[in-house]
Design a protein around this ligand. Sequence first.
Ligand code: M6R
Length: 370
Amino acid sequence: MKKTKKNNIEFFHKMIKEIYEQPEVVQRIIDEHIDMKNKRVLFKDFAISPKRISGIKRFILVGCGTSYHAALLGKYFLASCAGIESEAEYADEFAGRKARVDKDTLVIAISQSGKTGDEIKAARAAKKQKALVIAITNGIDSPLDRLSDYTIFNQAGQEQALAATKTFTSQILLLAAFAVFIGQNKKTANTKICSQFFKEIGQLPKKIAGILKQNVHFEILANKYCKSEGLLVLGKGFQFPLALEAALKIKESTYIHGEGFAASEFLHGPLAICNKNMPCLFFAPRDECFKELKAIIKRIKSLKRKALVFSSAGNRQLLKLADDVVFLPKTIDIFFPLLAIIPLQILAFHIALLRGVNPDKPRYLNKFVG
Ligand code: M6R
């Protein structure tokens, strides 16, 4: 089998190589867009006038698959960093239902490839109605790039494995930065969150590198969970889009049925499918939602079901409650999904290998759907 080498580590698969590239991808985005000294987010050659930006009344984020999950997270970022309510929608639904927008609408079109047919349709429909379209894409000179008013490039380098990994982290980092940028430009920024953003963002590459060093721990977990019939993934707030993305990564990389839920919605019916061979994975950082998540974890355990919890370092009470815990470096609320998706990607990778699936090219799927 062909292997590649990076930082003296040998990789037999593209997916794991791309997961390991994440510290440098994040660093590249910081170097390009963050002015630490003046605490500003910068977008080079941003030709859209401040007047046009301040006149935007409606924000809509569209994407497909992983890019839709990034869009949904973008909605949470805009609310918390910029105090702006927005909508997130699957690109094909937006185009298919002939959504009405106007010149005071900003459509943020997110696509790793920039070539996804549904995404192009959505962006075209928005442009036709004179909405402003900003693309977030890794596809330089892609159709989406060409038809948008402005493009923010992921700068993630080519992603060859089927699963979007490094492009997802770059999308969500850019969306957080964009939310701060909009807040600063519209003068609606949440000053506390924005100041935390500038303090914390520079720490992310080091924290991601620290997570990657725990690879063996995730491999042990993969051995434990690889025979599961399904994985039910729960999160609240910022962790809800993360739960959806985690479930997609599990499904496409391992063929295990993964399903993501808004944590409290899980109690409104889905709980019934939770059996002994269907562990629950919780994204439960030590934030204001933790109490609620802890109660659901307790409920699952009272039913003698398995709970695997991704939480913040030091949250040791979970050691008594859960079957397994992955501790992530402490960070601010908006960045927890960015750190937490990394061990999940590694877990999905190892489960794929244990189940005999080629994680670089799972069956039936193509890197982009034209
Ligand atoms: O290139 P795009 O971001 O537009 O692709 C969208 C989806 O097809 C893509 O995210 C898909 O869900 C991936 N297989 C996710 O890993």
